[in-house]
Ligand binder design. Structure first.
Ligand code: SAH
Length: 379
């Protein structure tokens, strides 16, 4: 019996009307919507403030807007969050939500509180295509990409729950965002980018690019663009130092092998000692945890402003690996550290509620075309 709190909450029933959700629209799109209902574009800024700075969902409470405008908004639009199916809290304070979106698909989001800050781990897809051998999400097929509204919705819901409105200037429970939940963010780049731009907007949620980290298993052709357009911190799920092993445990390596990945890292825009790439390295017993592996890693990242985040393997039912021993992890970390790279060992958080790195999964499955057709209402 786990000590975790566990609550089952049900998502609000799907809306049957055709009102549009304003969440996830950028400023220009919001202005266009207002124009469409005969309102001047400048009102978009006032609305933005209510939605993203104050966190309101009820137009009636947006008191700086005229009564007529509020009524008009409510006729055509909603400000909607995902539903919550399960809300669990770990003994270490980590909290995990299983969120449900309008079409019934589900994904997980995790809050990792620390003493004076906290990170929200956000999902970018329902399921994943990558099939990394050590990752639980990798056992779930890709169901679909999340929209910008759904990516953002995870943060809005977490802030609702933690009572973090209006956007506090400092001392935030959610001070950092890590795109490290379910899915590969660079395979859903447009929606992720749109959501992150809204997160970074200074008149709303206002979390700076320095506090946002996007983690990728190595979608090489998208890395430069991510740096140029978003300029967020980059984390690379490396996990192996030669193609033979990486092909096996991170199969995207067959498409974009290590040398190409390292080139993309070297050329990531804006790199400096103050702004380093994080290389994530999951410690698997007898697979990639030897001193020779540590030395190969140093050689690989030579010349890249980098730090190495060692992640003790988090187990899940049926996982074909074991976590490296504490001793092996410490020895590995020392070798990397002595070569001049920060090499912290990531403290596992939320393991008791399956909220730690690589443990996320939802029951959502992709239906076959025949099943989807059968479920669709007859035309
Ligand atoms: N697809 C992206 C985003 C997921 S981030 C990426 O691969 O970077 C999740 C991080 O947890 C990745 O570094 C992933 O490799 C790591 N991870 C996956 N399974 C794990 C496990 N069982 N134990 C520890 N870390 C794991």
């Amino acid at each position: 019996m786990s000590t975790a709190q566990h609550a089952e909450l049900f998502a609000p029933p799907a809306r049957s009307d055709s009102r549009k959700n304003l969440i996830g629209l950028d400023r220009a799109e919001l202005a266009l919507e207002l124009k469409a209902i005969g309102q001047p574009a400048f009102r978009a800024r006032q609305l933005w403030h209510w939605i993203y700075f104050r966190g309101l969902t009820d137009f009636a409470a947006m008191t700086t807007l005229s009564k007529d405008f509020r009524a008009e908004l409510a006729k055509h639009y909603v400000v909607e969050r995902p539903g919550v199916v399960v809300d669990q809290q770990s003994i270490d304070g980590t909290r995990k939500w299983l969120m449900r979106f309008a079409d019934g698909q589900e994904a997980e989001t995790v809050h990792i509180p620390e003493e004076d800050r906290g990170a929200l781990c956000v999902s970018s897809q329902v399921g994943c295509t990558l099939t990394c051998r050590f990752c639980h999400t990798g056992t779930q097929r890709l169901v679909r990409n999340l929209s910008s509204a759904e990516i953002l919705g995870q943060l809005l819901l977490a802030r609702d729950t933690l009572g973090e409105w209006p956007s506090p200037p400092d001392g935030r429970l959610i001070s950092n965002i890590v795109m490290m939940g379910m899915g590969e963010p660079l395979y859903n780049y447009d929606h992720v980018a749109k959501a992150l731009r809204i997160v970074m907007d200074g008149e709303g949620i206002a979390i700076s690019k320095r506090r946002i980290t996007l983690s990728t298993a190595g979608v090489v052709p998208m890395i430069r663009r991510c740096g140029e357009e978003l300029n967020v911190n980059l984390a690379i799920s490396l996990h192996a130092t030669n193609d033979e092993l990486r092909d096996r445990i991170v199969p995207i390596n067959k498409k974009y092998p290590i040398a190409e990945l390292m080139d993309a890292c070297r050329n990531y825009p804006g790199l400096s000692n103050a702004r380093r790439i994080t290389f994530e390295y999951v410690m698997l017993k007898g697979v990639n945890d030897s001193p020779a592996d540590a030395r190969a890693l140093i050689k690989l990242i030579e010349g890249i402003p980098a730090k190495v985040n060692l992640i003790p393997f988090n187990a899940w039912p049926g996982a074909p690996f074991e976590c490296a021993s504490d001793k092996a992890i410490a020895a590995f970390s020392d070798i990397v550290f002595n070569a001049g790279y920060a090499s912290p060992v990531r403290t596992p958080r939320g393991r008791d509620i399956m909220a730690a790195c690589g443990q996320l999964k939802s029951e959502s499955v992709r239906k076959s075309k025949a099943e989807r057709d059968a479920a669709a209402p007859a035309a």
